[in-house]
Design a protein around this ligand. Structure first.
Ligand SMILES: [Zn+2]
Length: 280
């Protein structure tokens, strides 16, 4: 069905103080937003995520995270810092991150991009051509140049020197270009540098201190949304949250691995991507 306002010309006439002029039709704006959303690579299971449909409940840190997410959307593109959503699996971190991305893309018409961290690294690795440096152009450039990038599940990637260098290259380039990034991570930000499986141990010292500079840390806990039929009710979530808080926390193994410890000692390094000779 053709657009009733412009008959699919994408322009419509408006009378302004008696003067007839043309302006972009609303349908053109919607088309532009749809094209940008498609380019953002949001996985189908998250493509309806928005903050208004996110079911929240009485949980102070979660509500703070949601407030900060809304503030980020309102302020974009004038944002000093990105966001880092931290907490156990299933508490809606990806939902919140994607909701922000979707809203920024469709309302502010920004070029946004979503990547699961591990699949991004796999893509870079598998498409890299050492002669043409293809993945630098085809995969890395949109990642470092996106006006807003979501990197989901930071720290899940298995650490190697190549992974560390590649991640540091992406994150440092975006930081230097003042482009905000929203991360999610299942790894707690534990101040003890020897704590096992902390964010610091997973991403290394360099990346961790960069994250501190470029992101607001929003750490929260809660019940697993996947334990409920969709959509869960606030009451049931609040109830499950009270029950979870009453349970003792499982003890983490005390010390980091030797590789993680070694990485914590790594100092500063230059901004360089080692290329795609990767995977070991
Ligand atoms: Zn139209």
């Amino acid at each position: 069905m053709p657009c009733p306002h412009c008959d699919d010309t994408r322009w419509r006439q408006v009378r302004d103080d008696g003067v007839l002029r043309v302006e972009r039709c609303e349908c053109w704006r919607q088309d532009a937003a749809r094209t940008l959303l498609r380019a953002a690579r949001i996985p189908p299971r998250y493509e309806r995520c928005d903050l208004d449909t996110f079911v929240s409940y009485e949980n102070e840190k979660l509500l703070t995270a949601l407030r900060r997410a809304r503030r980020f959307i309102e302020a974009f593109p004038v944002v000093e810092k990105g966001l880092l959503l931290i907490g156990p699996p299933g508490i809606g971190k990806t939902h919140v991150a994607v909701a922000v991305l979707r809203q920024v893309v469709s309302e502010k018409r920004a070029h946004g991009l979503y990547y699961d961290t591990r699949s991004l690294l796999n893509t870079i690795r598998s498409t890299y051509d050492p002669v043409t440096r293809t993945s630098e152009v085809d995969v890395l450039r949109p990642v470092v140049e996106a006006e807003l990038l979501v990197l989901d599940d930071l720290g899940a990637e298995r650490s190697t020197d190549w992974v560390d260098e590649t991640m540091n290259f992406i994150v440092n380039t975006r930081y230097n270009d003042r482009r905000p990034t929203i991360f999610t991570s299942n790894y707690e930000d534990i101040p003890d540098p020897e704590a096992f499986d902390s964010l610091l141990a997973r991403v290394g010292f360099r990346m961790h201190s960069r994250l501190r500079e470029m992101c607001e840390f929003l750490e929260y806990d809660g019940p697993d949304y996947r334990d409920f039929e969709y959509p869960p009710s606030s009451e049931n979530l609040a109830h499950a949250w009270e029950a979870k808080k009453a349970r003792p926390r499982p003890k983490l193994p005390a010390k980091t691995s030797s590789r993680a410890r070694a990485r914590l000692k790594t100092g500063n390094a230059e901004l360089a991507w080692p290329g795609g000779r990767a995977g070991r």
